[in-house]
Ligand binder design. Structure first.
Ligand SMILES: NC(=O)c1ccc[n+]([C@@H]2O[C@H](COP(=O)([O-])OP(=O)(O)OC[C@H]3O[C@@H](n4cnc5c(N)ncnc54)[C@H](OP(=O)(O)O)[C@@H]3O)[C@@H](O)[C@H]2O)c1
Length: 285
């Protein structure tokens, strides 16, 4: 598994397994299978309501904790400074883990500026190895950078070939985040059939003896993105890992990057109602 180096010097596997929209039962069924197939990086969140199941499945898999890279995320209700530390502890308790490799602020609303200090303290105490931001527009990342003692090591946003985020990445690089790792969510377009049917992906799949999904994932890797496609299908799980034995040429990368940049699937400009709901994450089966 190819890895990238985070600003804290630790390795992050470039290809992982995401568990968004998976019920606890699905996590129990699919995650051990994914780990057995070779995934060593898991992306979950408080808001997925499956941290308990993720922790249980990791233990059931028999995998050594140190061999895995586990990410979880806090929702805005956890950002106030006094709340953030206890909620990081609660997340670790649900996972049944002493630490997570990466903790993200999931959405750019609420008290993220004061909460960042609690995230830094969690790094100091070893509960969290790296911290980062998800779905933060440039101006809100700047607010964090103004107070940060530890800069965000990871920026997670939606990235797909129709929304390659070159402008966003360049803007953050200019603002001092040149060593941040970018993670792309919805890497396969969240099941959008039109994306995988793009002629360029069909043609390159034919050329390399791969599937269009594998070509899309290969494009992500060569863009430097970390991705964690979700799949409940064991064949897809294996297929998505099998992307390290071919390489797109510079001209082929340019062809993909010439696709019209029009289709991000969700970028909330204003807090959607669900972000403001105070959920009780302890209620997980
Ligand atoms: N930070 C955020 O706000 C945020 C938001 C959304 C997602 N995420 C993260 O990103 C992860 C991935 O997002 P996602 O699952 O929504 O989107 P995705 O990975 O782009 O797409 C998943 C869909 O693609 C299908 N698929 C997977 N492998 C395939 C293959 N080889 N060929 C054809 N179809 C394939 C899956 O179906 P099958 O089950 O049939 O394979 C599923 O329907 C999430 O699990 C989560 O960790 C983060």
């Amino acid at each position: 598994m190819h890895s990238l180096t985070l600003a804290n010097g630790r390795q992050i596997p470039q290809l992982g397994y995401g568990v968004f929209t998976m019920s606890s039962e699905e996590v129990a069924r699919c995650l051990p299978e994914a780990i057995a197939a070779g995934y060593t990086h898991i992306d979950t969140a408080n808001a997925y309501f499956n941290e308990v199941a993720v922790g249980r499945a990791v233990r059931a898999s028999g995998a050594d904790r140190e061999s895995l890279f586990v990410t979880t995320k806090l929702f805005p209700q956890s950002y106030p400074y006094a709340q953030c530390g206890p909620d990081i502890d609660a997340s670790l308790e649900r996972l049944g883990m002493d630490y997570v490799d990466l903790m993200l602020f999931h959405q750019p609303y609420g008290d993220y500026v004061e909460g960042w200090r609690a995230m830094e303290e969690a790094v100091d105490s070893g509960k969290v190895r790296a911290i980062g931001l998800s779905n933060f527009p440039v101006r809100k990342v700047e607010q964090i950078l103004e107070v940060a003692r530890i800069k965000p090591a990871v920026i997670q946003v939606e990235i797909n070939p129709y929304w390659n985020q070159h402008t966003y990445k360049a803007a953050l690089t200019e603002r001092g985040l040149a060593d941040a790792v970018f993670e792309g969510w919805y890497p396969l377009g969240h099941g959008d059939k039109a994306l995988l049917a793009e002629p360029v992906f069909r043609e390159l799949a034919e050329k390399y003896g791969k599937t269009p999904a594998q070509v899309v994932l290969r494009w992500h890797l060569q863009e430097g993105n970390v991705v964690f496609p979700t799949s409940r299908n064991p064949e897809h799980m294996r297929e998505n890992l099998d992307v390290f034995d071919f390489e797109l040429t510079a001209e082929e990368m340019a062809r993909v990057n010439a696709l019209p940049q029009h289709a991000y699937y969700t970028v909330p400009e204003e807090p959607p109602a669900f972000v403001l709901v105070h959920n009780d994450y302890s209620k997980q089966a």
